[in-house]
Design a protein around this ligand. Sequence first.
Ligand code: B12
Length: 491
Amino acid sequence: MLTGNRMKPSRVLLVECNNMNKWVGTTMPYEMHVPPIGLMYLASSIRAALPGVEMRIVESSLSCPDDEGFLRILREYQPDVVGLRSIAFFLEELQRVASLVRAHCDAALIVGGPIVKAYKQRLFEEVPEIEIAVQGEGEQALAELLSGASPSSVPGVLYRDGGRVVENAERLENAAIDSLPFPAYDLIDIGQYQRQLSYAYNHRRQGVLLTSRGCVYGCTYCFSHWKGIRLRSAANIFQEIAVLYDQYGIRDFYIIDDIFNVDVKRSLALFDMIQAAGFKLRMYFVNGLRADIASEKFVDRAIEAGAIWFTYAVESASEEIQNLVRKHLNLEKARQIIAYTQKQNVAVNISTMYGFPTETRAMAQRTLDWLGELPKASLLPYHFCLRFFPGCEINQQAIDAGWDEERMGLTSRFSYNDMAMGTPTLSKHEMNEIQIEYHRRFGMSNPAAVDAAVRTLRSIGYEDTEIVHMYSVLMRKMIHEVSELTQAGGH
Ligand code: B12
């Protein structure tokens, strides 16, 4: 399948296929760009397994949003293999990049990332240029393919065989997760990522940490292409932090685990190590902490070690919805720890959602009112409308609740901030009312909430330019001065 140079490649181009304009929803000079650690993990593993192979990493919407820019990279680099990463939301971007590669060079095309498990065989119809796709963990599969193994012998791979697509058995994930080489920061331009916004909307030299792969919970709205959960040891995470701190001058660490605090002992051990080393760093839990297993001790120790950003994913305050999505969050415990964290003068984000199958206006209202019982509003105004991505269990729950499958499919193409469509139990009008009420009480139409957020951001070291850029993206309009946001500036 991979023939000639393509079988023993000397140059591999890895491309993160995303379109941040589509995501942010408008053409802002600043967008959120996070170092593509999936590809950076692949690169360091390939480097260890096949030292002769040269690699380059680009992010399509950052380095080459226009076709000509990407073609220039192809002409200059002349890769033997092009590896693409994408997610379901960016199918069109994957199609664009794949068709450019196929039309302009002979490199073998391999695709990986969450989009593979989401689309499986359908991906080969949607993106006809693809020869091979890798499902789930990619390090070993890619190393085997680049060493010349036949795709039919590589677990986790889907490949074309004549007119059909063959799906191999799934790969057993690498149990020795601490043995994975750390992501290759030398292959990205750290400065380029600093000029863009981080996952916490500031401009820093970004260190992105994935301290676990997978999750122990089975929430039906979540997409997971990992099987169980594998936790890196505290010592291994600390070692990565130390490399980034000492060799790359990184002081800002963004933790993107599904649930970082799933093992409290491990978290506390890591905090101890950071403090013992005397590192002066900032930690951001940008993706999700599970509130009902977080303790006051966890919060205190995290802050002592440098944490300034906590994100608690609550989703819904309706017990019916918690049961439906099988999150089973203990809302009382969640309330207590969120309130406690909010008193510590750090950024506290509460991610909530509406638009679940069977959710009524009253259930959705319960979430808004529950938020109203907390001492403060969420720093980031994140009240999301549920989207359906292929491969999530909630899709079937919606079909069972009488939703139109085609309409549901459309939502996976919507950005998080696009207008809601309406469901059998919540009209479009009601959904808009929910969004408006959220922003009036807690979000961007509430001057006191914005004022409080700006004060917190300043107190945790955000520069005014960072605050301005953050709100330009959140509000999807250009803000020039912090005074345009605050009450003092005349709301
Ligand atoms: C960080 C993150 C973000 C960041 C950065 C984007 C990014 N780099 O993906 C931000 C905040 C911008 C973001 C936004 C969104 N995200 Co996001 N995000 C994540 C998160 C938490 C971690 C991604 C990551 O770095 N993982 C770590 C690396 C090591 O894993 P990996 O990338 O999957 O790579 C491995 C394999 O996939 C494979 N592989 C990857 N690429 C390739 C390429 C080749 C050639 C091969 C062989 C193998 C291979 O090998 C790698 C190493 O084993 C995941 C959840 C998760 N746990 O993965 C969600 C996740 C990827 N996001 C998701 C979604 C839906 C979104 C949004 C659309 C949400 C929304 N509605 O707005 C937006 C889209 C905007 C965007 N730019 O992506 C979904 C995707 C679902 C799907 N079916 O596609 C996920 C899975 C969350 C979830 N549980 O549902 N996201």
